[in-house]
Design a protein around this ligand. Structure first.
Ligand code: SF4
Length: 365
């Protein structure tokens, strides 16, 4: 584990914190886009170690959290009313829909199965030719290639009983939406390293140029996160803005072209609603014309109109960085992991779950 321990080394962490302290002269708001980074910051107690001038804002980078209620309701409907085998990742099960979560639908008899790979869903479809199998495909750029591969395999195998309920969203359009919000408080970004592993760096260049904001592609370990923060703060303090790559050991400039080409051949970009945030132009992946037979909404009927949430969940404000999770009036009271009002409290990448599970008293004061 030497490779991992290097990125949790206490001495390096101390050195980076000192560099940040020496560099910072005024207050800066930095958004870490990815929920995995939020969990890294909270789990390792880094928020309390940073100088007071640096405020980390937790971004919308949790795919489960931004999946619209209407899609969860559609998945529930498919499982209960169309008798499909509904496959999804475990994180989705406890997220509330407008009436039921998938877990509650399963308790009512829905055949809902948790998968670790979308190719398992293709196998289930092959093994159950008399049942319809729907894969509830949730995720960002990182999971899109494997989900695209499942569609490609089903197409090649001429499977007629496999479809995808696509809830895929893209990160750069969400960053664009945050930057263009006149109320945004963000001064600079830590971009999600694993997204760039697939997509490369090119999509971030126009964002930096247009909004004149530093973006540093960053990993997930304490040393990665602190080095990324130092790189953003250095730019801000010097009045600079550019794209930098802290995560060079994993992220190459061009990403994984094979994966990108596969995603672009199976999906097309369209406007997409984000739960709690609203519609973001060209931020969703939908099945391309050639693969329309694998679109669950075409086979089983479209989603219902947008469904308003009246649970009082403030996930949108949390994911846009307007409030911290513990500033939500329901945090730890009406909303807990056992009884969540919103997705960020149950998703493994949700900011509210990070604060609930790891935050110390000081960080929530
Ligand atoms: S604490 Fe619960 S209700 Fe409040 S924003 Fe988070 S998930 Fe929503």
């Amino acid at each position: 584990m030497k490779y991992l321990s290097e990125f949790r080394d206490e001495e390096i962490v101390r050195t980076l914190l000192n560099k940040i302290r020496k560099c910072v002269t005024k207050p800066w708001n930095i958004m870490e886009v990815c929920g995995g980074q939020t969990h890294g910051l909270v789990r390792h107690g880094l928020l309390q170690m940073l100088p007071d001038q640096i405020r980390m804002i937790h971004g919308p980078g949790c795919p489960v959290c931004v999946t619209p209620v209407s899609l969860i309701d559609k998945a529930v409907e498919l499982a209960l009313e169309h008798d499909v085998i509904l496959c999804s990742y475990g994180d989705m099960l406890r997220v509330p829909g407008s009436t039921l979560s998938l877990q509650q639908a399963r308790a009512k008899g829905g055949d809902i199965r948790i998968l670790y790979s979308p190719l398992e869903a293709v196998s289930i479809a092959r093994q159950n030719p008399n049942r319809e199998v729907v894969f509830f495909a949730v995720g960002f750029e990182t999971t899109a290639p494997a989900n695209a591969l499942s569609v490609e395999q089903a197409y090649r195998q001429k499977l007629k009983n496999y479809t995808v309920l696509s809830a895929h969203v893209m990160v750069p359009p969400a960053m664009e939406a945050i930057m263009s919000d006149p109320d945004t408080k963000v001064d600079g970004f830590l971009a999600a390293g694993h997204v760039c592993t697939v997509m490369g760096l090119s999509e971030y260049v126009p964002l930096v140029e247009k909004w004149k904001m530093p973006i540093v592609v960053t990993g997930f370990e304490p040393v990665d996160l602190l080095e990324g923060i130092y790189m953003v703060v250095s730019q801000l303090e010097n009045g600079e803005y550019r794209l930098e790559n802290q995560y060079k050991r994993v992220v190459g400039k061009d990403g994984n072209r094979q994966a990108v080409d596969l995603v672009k051949s199976v999906f097309e970009y369209r406007d997409r609603e984000w739960r709690g945030i609203g519609e973001i132009p060209m931020s969703g992946l939908f099945l391309a014309q050639k693969y329309r037979d694998y679109d669950a909404t075409l086979k089983f009927g479209p989603l219902k109109e947008r469904i308003s949430e009246d649970s009082g969940c403030l996930s949108g404000d949390v994911m846009k960085g307007k409030i911290k999770p513990h500033e939500c009036p329901h945090f730890g009271k009406g909303c807990t992991p056992e009884k969540p009002l919103g997705a960020p409290m149950v998703s493994s990448e949700g900011a509210c779950a990070a604060y609930y599970n790891y935050a110390t008293q000081e960080s929530t004061e």
